[in-house]
Ligand binder design. Structure first.
Ligand SMILES: [Zn+2]
Length: 352
């Protein structure tokens, strides 16, 4: 089974935090333990133990990742330059013969990835290619909506308008409507066939976007507001609306997104807490077709802040057992771990 993870901030970890995703996770951890002073998360002041490394992706069967271009708010030219640097990084990574990474921005490339991935015997996971589909998290690197076409030519296929507030939309903890620029960007996305990622959209912007935008809609990384009542998570109505568009919602594997009010002093969070969110979506929508994984591993938190069964991205497959224990069929489990995202990409990517 090929697992899809719909949200990993790989480029920003490399370019901003000096990590190297080509290394095994333990090597990254060793380097960071020895770094003086040790790296600290600016938000929590604590160290975050890395979970992403391409050897672990391969070993765990994680064959396709939505790899983000993520730039926090800042001065326009710097934000645009940072976004381009991340886009170029992915191209450079894919150009390295020994990295075993390829960019996936057409159906032809997706089919090729699946063919080659399944052809590599499970006994030699090193030969499995890892596909990256590029996702812009927060649209501010685009100076203007018209810039999208150039980014599209460079392989960008998914765009989230917001993170916090952006020049395009209201975002997390920044309520508000779409801006005129946001409306124009949605029109450009629809014209080019770019997927809309609604994660981080302020609720007012979310509903406006769904009404305006006729293309494919997802939430790459968001959980249920029913359990974690913050504006960063999806209300039941938002979940139903994404499902009504045959979209998919990626479960975030951060403890504070799984259990409301979680801190490092709280009792351990487990994969059963992840299943609780997934099951809520399945019950609301009457189907297991709209759930996937969007781990957000290394997205500002580390292994200390993830369910206790997980040590690295290699462990994503453990979710299969937790879902089976909750009564999910083999087909449903395969869909949630990857099949649902693959079906959506088959529909959304250009033929190519
Ligand atoms: Zn995010």
């Amino acid at each position: 089974m090929l697992i899809v993870d719909a949200h990993e901030d790989i480029a920003s970890n490399v370019l901003r935090h000096g990590r190297d995703v080509r290394l095994p996770v333990n090597e990254t951890r060793r380097r960071e333990r020895e770094r003086v002073p040790p790296p600290r998360n600016p938000r929590t002041g604590m160290s975050d133990t890395a979970m992403l490394g391409l050897p672990e992706h391969r070993r765990g069967g994680v064959g396709l990742v939505f790899a983000t271009i993520f730039v926090p708010p800042g001065e326009q030219e710097a934000v645009t330059a940072d976004g381009w640097a991340q886009l170029r990084y992915y191209h450079e990574l894919a150009a390295q013969a020994d990295a075993g990474v390829r960019l996936v921005y057409s159906r032809g490339q997706l089919d090729g990835l699946l063919r080659d991935w399944h052809a590599a015997p499970a006994t030699t996971p090193d030969e499995r290619p890892v596909g990256l589909t590029l996702l812009l998290e927060g649209a501010d690197p685009l100076r203007e909506p018209a810039d999208l076409e150039e980014w599209y030519r460079e392989g960008l296929r998914l765009v989230g308008l917001a993170w916090r507030q952006t020049r395009y939309a209201g975002g997390t903890r920044a309520p508000g409507p779409l801006t005129d620029r946001g409306r124009a960007l949605l029109a450009e996305m629809a014209r080019l066939g770019v997927v809309l990622d609604t994660s981080h959209l302020a609720e007012e912007s979310f509903w406006q976007a769904l009404e305006l935008f006729s293309g494919t809609v997802i939430a790459s990384h968001a959980n249920c507001r029913a359990f974690v009542p913050t504006d960063r998570q999806l209300s039941d109505d938002m979940i139903r609306a994404i499902a009504a568009r045959d979209g998919v919602i990626g479960a975030v594997l951060a403890n504070d997104f799984l259990v409301h009010g979680w801190t490092r002093e709280s009792p351990p969070v487990t994969l059963a807490d992840v299943v609780r969110h997934i099951d809520h979506i399945c019950q609301l929508t009457g189907s297991a077709r709209h759930c996937g994984i969007g781990s957000d591993f290394d997205g500002g938190f580390g292994v200390e802040s993830t369910p206790r069964e997980l040590d690295s991205v290699a462990d994503l497959g453990l979710l299969a057992g937790a879902l089976a224990a909750a009564g999910y069929s083999e087909d449903d489990v395969a869909g949630i771990l990857g099949g649902n995202w693959l079906r959506l990409l088959e529909r959304a990517l250009p033929a190519g």
